[in-house]
Design a protein around this ligand. Structure first.
Ligand code: ZN
Length: 261
């Protein structure tokens, strides 16, 4: 669906994406001319800039070195964000070849990232699924849990997807109650992070414990407990994730209150 065909002289960063994966020869994002990377004839569209040079999206499955983009997070969070944009847009184009209403062929608008049906003119925007992520503090402790979906055993905060017709705040109260049996209060927005696995937007909050005892939902959590801010488990989310930031923000709040005494 991309319309600009490469002659070979174009230069910049080549974000070649397919099915949530990106072409990373020797672990790096290809930089240079299109010809240098044998990309002449491919179709592309510029999706941003990195270090002052254009970032080009190409939707294609290369024969090898198609890798997940997660390791880019520890390299540089901004680069991870751009790579996330690229894989999400590639996935969007791949899944919108035909119209869901009438089955007609779709095309990408010249002006914005929207696929339009050639027959019925229905418009489809890239899907973005909001989810909340919340760090809960109880005096000098933070609630950390091991999630069923994390196979590496890390201890992290609670999270969940927003349902249709729900506000982000309602999602936070509901998810925490469902997963842990805890009622929260004093919910405060902190920050957000696009999470392209495959198309989430994590909306981060801090909250305080209000009532209840921990009762985990075994379909979501393996284990959950309160951890004193200076005795946290070793396996925490990696630096650069919003989960890590929320944990560190909570630790900082505990320090202010408990280390001055
Ligand atoms: Zn249609």
């Amino acid at each position: 669906m991309l319309k600009q065909q490469l002659s070979g002289t174009e230069t910049g960063w080549w974000f070649v994406c397919h099915n949530g994966k990106m072409w990373l020869p020797k672990g790096n994002i290809p930089y240079g001319s299109a010809a240098q990377w044998k990309l002449e004839g491919e179709y592309t569209k510029q999706i941003g800039e990195w270090l002052g040079k254009p970032v080009w999206l190409i939707c294609k499955m290369m024969a090898n070195e198609m890798l997940g983009i997660r390791p880019l997070l520890s390299q540089d969070p901004k680069l991870f964000q751009l790579a996330g944009r690229a894989v999400q847009l590639a996935l969007f184009l791949h899944s919108h070849t035909f119209c869901g209403y009438c089955g007609g062929k779709m095309h990408l608008s010249h002006h914005e990232w929207v696929c339009i049906c050639n027959d019925c003119q229905q418009r489809y925007y890239p899907q973005i699924a909001p989810s909340i992520i919340v760090a809960i503090r109880r005096q000098d402790s933070i609630l950390l849990a091991q999630h069923c979906k994390h196979r590496n055993g890390i201890f992290t905060v609670l999270a969940g997807f927003t349902e249709a017709g729900e506000t982000l705040e309602q999602t936070a109260y509901r998810e925490v109650m469902e997963e842990s049996g805890i009622e929260i209060t004093n919910l405060r927005y902190v920050s957000s992070q696009p999470w392209p696995f495959p198309h989430s937007l994590m909306v981060g909050y801090l909250a305080d414990y209000k009532s209840g005892t921990i009762q985990i939902d075994p379909s979501e959590l393996v284990y959950a407990n309160w951890y004193r801010y200076d005795q946290l488990p070793k396996q925490l989310p990696e630096v650069g994730t919003i989960a890590r930031r929320l944990i560190e923000d909570t630790v900082a709040l505990c320090r202010i209150e408990y280390e001055s005494k």
